[in-house]
Design a protein around this ligand. Structure first.
Ligand code: PMP
Length: 326
């Protein structure tokens, strides 16, 4: 028998998918870890589970307790599902710039959603800081604190990284991912580097994020902006501290958009915007390494979460972008 134990038991062990059109174009094996197939629909289910399990282990989260988090959406969705499955309440603080689909889903899942103005991290009313204060003021509540809680990257060290290593029989030359908290990039990079220090770990950064310049020059400098959600940062989170980064690539929105439409029309995969940044980053590394290499990246979430934006011609037009033609 092969039976998963509820929602929680269904997280992880996602397939690794060969992206055929991109592999043929580059002469490399471009492989995408299908995180959109997690039961909560994104890569963040893994971090959400480890954060809750760690809080339970430490006795911080007790029956009937509340999990509070500041999130661009996917971590909140993962937490809300797990809270339902385990009998906890969930409070989510989200910047009001995030897609309506994610907010609607959070409310449907029963989370208390507090949409707040998007202000920089240094502002005390930033959504992450606000979520910390809300947790502090509540009884029997924990702050998930995904950005600086190392249970996040531990999830990817113990599961995502190990799965990628096993699924490729260790024949992997490059690993590319964008970072939000950095949990995925960090956990996988730490695991793969331990197995083989020659594996190139490359950070893919959208415009409007300071990490590309950090990797290239040691200084965080922010230029431009991006329509992608859930990625980019203006600081080095605890999850990113001490993590090997071999290189970084900066990806523009029009490039990411071209990739997600190629994924849709040539690969049959309906993906979110960060996947465009990731796969574009994998292509850039493929060009650098040359044909014959294997490069792994993450397919973080599906396109339905962004249908009113990335797949809506009017919305794209309002951002000065057009739907790429195939
Ligand atoms: N893509 C999407 C769509 C996300 O929601 C997130 C998490 N915010 C990421 C990528 C980045 O994942 P991580 O937090 O592990 O860096």
């Amino acid at each position: 028998m092969d039976i998963k134990n509820g929602f929680v038991g269904t997280i992880g062990n996602t397939p690794l998918i060969r992206l055929n059109s991109f592999s043929e174009e580059t002469g490399c094996e471009i492989l995408g870890k299908a995180e959109f197939l997690n039961p909560g629909g994104s890569v963040k289910d893994r971090a959400a589970l480890y954060i809750i399990q760690e809080a339970e282990k430490q006795g911080l989260l007790k029956p009937g307790g509340t999990v509070v988090e500041g999130t661009a959406g996917n971590t909140g969705i993962g937490l809300a599902h797990i809270c339902n499955a385990k009998g906890y309440k969930c409070v989510i603080v989200i910047p009001e710039t995030q897609s309506q689909e994610k907010m609607d889903l959070l409310r449907t899942l029963g989370a208390e959603v507090r949409a707040v103005p998007a202000v920089p991290y240094k502002d005390p009313n930033n959504y992450v800081k606000l979520s910390g204060r809300i947790a502090e003021e509540m009884d029997n509540a924990i702050w998930a604190n995904q950005f600086d809680n190392l249970a996040n990257r531990q999830a990817h060290y113990e599961t995502t990284g190990k799965e990628i290593w096993q699924q490729t029989d260790g024949k992997v030359d490059g690993w590319v991912a964008a970072t939000g908290t950095g949990g995925t990039f960090a956990g996988v990079s730490l695991f793969l580097k331990e197995k083989n220090p020659n594996i190139q770990c490359v950070l893919a950064d959208p415009m409007g994020s300071g990490l590309y310049s950090y990797v290239k020059t040691g200084e965080i400098k922010i230029e431009g902006n991006s329509i992608t959600e859930g990625i980019g940062n203006s600081r080095i989170t605890a999850n990113m501290e001490g993590v090997p980064i071999d290189d970084a690539v900066q990806i523009h929105d029009n490039e990411a958009l071209r990739v997600i439409y190629q994924l849709l029309y040539k690969e049959g995969l309906f993906m979110g915007g960060s996947v465009g940044i990731n796969v574009a980053g994998a292509i850039a590394l493929a060009k650098q390494l040359g044909p014959g290499h294997t490069i792994v990246t993450v397919l973080c979430d599906g396109g339905a979460r962004y249908q009113s934006r990335l797949y809506n011609p009017q919305w794209l037009k309002s951002k000065g972008l057009t739907i790429p033609q195939f």
